[in-house]
Design a binder for this molecule. Sequence first.
Ligand SMILES: C[S@@+](CC[C@H](N)C(=O)[O-])C[C@H]1O[C@@H](n2cnc3c(N)ncnc32)[C@H](O)[C@@H]1O
Length: 243
Amino acid sequence: MREVSAMHRLGSELLDAFAGRDGIVSILSRAPEGDAALGCQRWLLATPAKRYAAHVLYGDLLASEGLRILDVGGGLTTLTRTLAERHDYTLVDIMAHDSEASISAFLASAPPFKVIKEDWFSAIGDERFDVVIAADLFPNVDQRLGLFLDRVLPHCGQVRLSLTYYNEPRFYHTRRIDADEALCMLAWDGQQIARTLGRYADRIEKADFDLFAVTSDSVFPNKRQVCLLTLQGSQPSHVGAAV
Ligand SMILES: C[S@@+](CC[C@H](N)C(=O)[O-])C[C@H]1O[C@@H](n2cnc3c(N)ncnc32)[C@H](O)[C@@H]1O
């Protein structure tokens, strides 16, 4: 299997190769009973492509320790327990998918970690982290990808992302929560991501912008495409040195 930190698109060949070595599913099989109620846990259990992304973004961190990790939009899953146990772990997440009762039950039974239940834009300052992770948040849920990278790159060793996009028109009718306005949100395509990431090309490990042109071989029924990549931050990275 390819070097996981290199920029790549998640296609069917990769997913097939991963099936026989899915370590994430075995961690989930040992989950405490209450975790089954968590939205992100259910997605992770149900979706091999999500587990592949988790393997790429978190796999080494589930076995190392002692890093300062910021996870933006990471949600709550059984993996959170391991990350909190092994690292100085901060989760910034508005928790769109879980009830207060499930969140409280999870936090009461997990190793301690810092949770900030707010929009990342107001929650993240200039605190330093070894690794910043954002999985399946940009730009499908949140189109502020460039603002996010400008905010975190100066203060961290590396940023790990999975980016979700559609190379055919996909749009959602939505409503603003702070004003009386109906909006239509057009999901980003690969070229929009390429344009934004182009500004950071020299920070991307094994950059490959051609992958954004691929229109076939989606591993999701709704034809979404997923790209995984690591960007070097401006701070020294202690990731390789962690045990
Ligand atoms: C599509 S889910 C992805 C969850 C998980 N990272 C995964 O890969 O399955 C998006 C996550 O981002 C969180 N989220 C959405 N908007 C956010 C924001 N502005 N600030 C922080 N978290 C946000 C949601 O609560 C949710 O947990």
